[in-house]
Ligand binder design. Structure first.
Ligand code: SF4
Length: 344
């Protein structure tokens, strides 16, 4: 069977190339074509000898997702892509253009099993895991589109990364590989719903990546309503796992907290949240929910957002309120795909 040459490290490419009788340095040339020059036709890889190009055409394939649609917000700050994988599955990926560089938010699964009430990606459940190469290709899709440096990667698109652990770890190693994109591990953020044993496993890897945990509530009752999959782990256990992650890696954990009017955004909720995390060194990213036509959930007023933030800060917590980027391009998870399928 033909080997998919996309999505491998240099040592993996060298092993494959030399096992078929070609000199080791040809692997580096192939990597340069794919990841520096974006040349994807074997015929155009003219530094490779003709017989090798013919052999590649018979024994290798290049299965890379194709961009189906892309849309940029009016302010130019956010671009969203819908890409089609080789089996026809569709995934979304988002690029946020910050002054310090581009930040790419990738999907790690087709669909998602987690069931968050505000998320369109979970409507049809989990379809399948993405391979490391398919996740990597989302980053390269933007690279080809803008030819601009990429500053950071956020694993926060469709899917729960820690339930696709091996391929996600492989992707993190690939994207930080000096021969590929050379993204600093410190500029990679993995977002999880809080799967306790997998957080401990990730901590043991010794990678200085940032962990973001979708907390979204100050207690189990509210959390189970917003994030049904969270019933498997008590909220205190999730916070304890975050604390262990910090102690093991030295990396402060970010708690993501979607603010939803009349659900989790009251003064009492903020006070209870402070009691839950105690003196732990952590950061809160407060995100007023994007109201959309598909869900009947609304953000609190800006005044209530500020009150919530002030209570956390009064208790010594570091906070940010995330800018709502790209509302008009449906930047929230799963919505571009949903629109595209509805049109079809
Ligand atoms: S928000 Fe993330 S974890 Fe939750 S359902 Fe959507 S894709 Fe899954």
């Amino acid at each position: 069977m033909a080997w998919n040459i996309w999505g491998h490290s240099l040592p993996e490419m060298e092993t494959w190339i030399t096992s078929h009788g070609f000199p080791k340095f040809r692997a580096k040339q192939l990597q340069d074509y794919l990841y520096r020059r974006y040349i994807f036709s074997f015929d155009d890889m003219t530094q490779l000898p003709g017989p090798m190009r013919e052999w590649l055409k018979e024994n290798a394939v290049l299965e890379k997702p194709v961009i189906m649609s892309h849309i940029t917000s009016n302010d130019g700050d956010t671009t969203k892509l819908l890409v089609k994988l080789s089996d026809g599955s569709l995934v979304e990926t988002v690029c946020m253009h910050h002054v310090y560089g581009n930040s790419i938010c990738v999907s790690t699964q087709v669909g998602c099993a987690m069931g968050c009430i505000f998320c369109a990606s979970t409507r049809n459940g989990l379809e399948r895991n993405l391979t490391a190469g398919e996740i990597l290709a989302q980053v390269y899709a933007f690279r080809e589109l803008f030819d601009a440096p990429i500053h950071s990667i956020v694993l926060m698109g469709a899917g729960e990364p820690l339930t696709n652990y091996d391929e996600v770890l492989r992707f993190i190693r690939l994207v930080s590989d000096p021969g590929l994109l050379n993204i600093s591990l410190r500029n990679i953020t993995l977002s999880t719903c809080g799967i306790v044993p997998m957080i401990d496993r990730l901590a043991a890897e010794g990678l200085p990546i940032t962990l973001a945990i979708s907390l979204h509530a100050p207690n189990d009752t509210i959390r189970n309503r917003i994030l049904p999959s969270s019933r498997h782990f008590k909220i205190e256990d999730v916070v304890a796992a975050a604390h262990r992650y910090f102690k093991k890696t030295g990396r402060r954990v970010t708690f993501e907290y979607i603010l939803i009017k009349d659900v989790n955004a009251s003064r009492e909720n903020a006070e209870e949240l402070c009691r839950l995390v105690g003196k732990m060194n952590c950061h809160f990213n407060l995100i007023p929910i994007n109201g959309t036509e598909h869900i009947k959930l609304y953000p609190p007023s800006w005044k209530d957002v500020k009150i919530f933030q002030e209570i956390l800060e009064k208790h010594g917590k570091s906070t940010t309120v995330r800018r709502q980027m790209g509302d008009e391009i449906q930047a929230a998870c799963g919505q571009l795909k949903r629109r595209y399928l509805e049109k079809k």
